[in-house]
Design a protein around this ligand. Sequence first.
Ligand code: CA
Ligand code: CA
Length: 480
Amino acid sequence: MKNWQKAGLAASALAGAMWMAAPVAASAGEVAAGTQTAGNDASRVSVRGAADLGRQTLPPNDGWAAYGGGTTGGAAATPDHVYVVHKRSELVKALENGSSTPKIIYVVGTIDANVDDHDQPLTDPEAYYAQGTGYSLESYLQAYDPATWGRDKVPSGDQEAARAQAEKNQAARVQFNVGSNTTIVGVGRDARIVGGNLVIGSNVENVIIRNIEFQDAIDYFPQWDPTDGDTGNWNSQFDNITIKGGSKDGSQKGASHIWIDHCTFDDGAHPDNEAPVYFGRPYEQHDGTVDITNGADYVTVSYSVFHDHDKTNLIGSTDKPTYDVNHLHVTFHHDLYYNIVQRMPRVRYGQVNVYNNLYIGAGEGSAYPLSYVFGVGVESAIYAQNNFFVLPHGFDPADLIHYWKGTAIHVEGSWVAQDGKMGPADLLALYNQKYPNQPLGSDVGWTPTLQTHVDPTVAVPALVLAKAGAGKVTSLAPQG
Ligand code: CA
Ligand code: CA
């Protein structure tokens, strides 16, 4: 590996990257964002002074969401379908029961999803949602203690039924179904949806979500599964954004043509290292950030930030060829991942282009120690280009790729920074050297064409730190 000075990367870029990895680094990119860079991509909108993001559409060729007719969201909305929302009840109303009438929703400030019918925060969410179900965590822990329940079957019976009902009650409050032809954008630099789960489901097409921070899609009712892995796991239901919807018999189409841009995703007030431990496993109250499953298709996730989270981007949720064959086309570009454990992304079936992303991993002993970046699942076809990895001391770059029963991954132009050095690295060669019994090929059978431009890897840290995330573009409230 080359010394970073020989490699010619500005020292400030790496310093910035390292700084960003620290939890106090919220303003790192803000400083850099003051410098306007000319570009022929979507980030061009990040001029000084706010634009009206609500009427903007995905640029041509900008990732898989540009396929076919592209993605326009609610840009064609008439004035009676343009909304400005400040709280949950207003968001629910603006979503028009998932109608496909073109609509634009401007989010102002923080929308808390875990609120009562009067938009007041719940003082005891567990008790509120569990009311009438008979569920209590204490009873649940008693019923499924491995010492008495054992470890070879998934919980069933009264307490599990009660838990599932309480979780359903919460879902009815925090899940928001988004219909076709919808744009949701944050106004200014501080729009947030806390505890919410946007669901883009069956037969929904053409959705744009931009400039919003999605925090803490907490599930108050995790399920114990002693059969998950060697030691069992607590699993939760809610993602920040769920893109899904295909049915087994093909009568329902998975959601398609979705553009997520300049958003931020994180665990907010409930970091994993503060979670209690039950049955020897952390009580995991989050699922994914953006998960794309069940035959969903044509998604672009650009200039977004994922941080302080475990299971981040799941593409395809089953090894069985149920919904996903020939679907799950996704592009991730110019995204920043820091303090993320795994799935950046984990892919089954899909053709997924992952380029110009910056990954900053945390070490053992931190709240979110890096496990792997690319999960190579069944029939996955990941095409990774010009990504930059900042790795903690002791992390083996061979483990950036993780085998999940796939056969190939294309990886080119990777750079690794670690222990004060940086330079190009052939991640697939390193992986194959370390894991000769689970070899991966490099031919994934396709080459991306839907790209506006691919930046040199050396430029990625500075570009991504300056531009990615909510608050890097701003929007005015609706014009006229
Ligand atoms: Ca509010
Ligand atoms: Ca999920």
